[in-house]
Design a protein around this ligand. Sequence first.
Ligand code: HEC
Length: 211
Amino acid sequence: MNHQPQLNPETKSMNNNSDEPNDPLLMDHEADGIKELDNNLPRWWVWLFYLSIIFAFIYMGYYHVFHIGKLQAAEYETEWKQGEAIKVAALTKFEATLGSLTPSKDSTVLNQGAQVYTTYCSPCHRPDGGGLVGPNLTDDYWIHGSNYVDNLKTIINGVPEKGMLTWKGILKPSDIQAVASYIYTLRGTKPPNPKLPENLQQAPTGPSPFE
Ligand code: HEC
């Protein structure tokens, strides 16, 4: 039985050229009846190809031969230095105005402070501020001064030799202010099993005005 598929006469006429065995475009291989035509590449494709070669030479000259353009590492270095300068300027300004700062009572700031506290401070000072590795932040005994500005200074500079980190390189000035405002709200909250005061020699500072 012959199961040779019959080509639709219309298709056949459309493919007429390629069906010719001596078509000059026809290549000399065939797989499962599929033949390949050696057509010219489209003009737009060939131009794209040439342009990419020209581009490669320009690129190489610009970046690697004449060093006109900065490479990624150099660009990173420049931007990093700019960023560092902005950070230092912000911190210098912050430290210069420290003395006049007061704890914020704005709920957005306090929420931001609570978030910073939970992420960075609670492992050492306990989530409720009762103290663990770091001292209790809810009582009236303070090693480095009780007022808000003292707290800010301790947070900014840390007490590296005692295990309190220097946060100025890690937190933004606004975060430091927010977290210091937040811990101010923890004063007098009397959490269960607090860490005992370290600094009994110093007289208690009395209830804070924000309690
Ligand atoms: C790795 C543990 C650790 C982390 C994290 C930590 N602290 Fe401390 N903190 C301490 C220690 C320890 C002290 C006590 C330093 C001393 O004895 O002089 C301290 C002291 C303080 C003090 C001064 C307390 C006082 O009695 O004068 C404040 C305020 C404070 N920390 C706030 C923070 C804040 C805010 C954060 C988060 C941004 C934080 N700490 C993160 C360990 C830590």
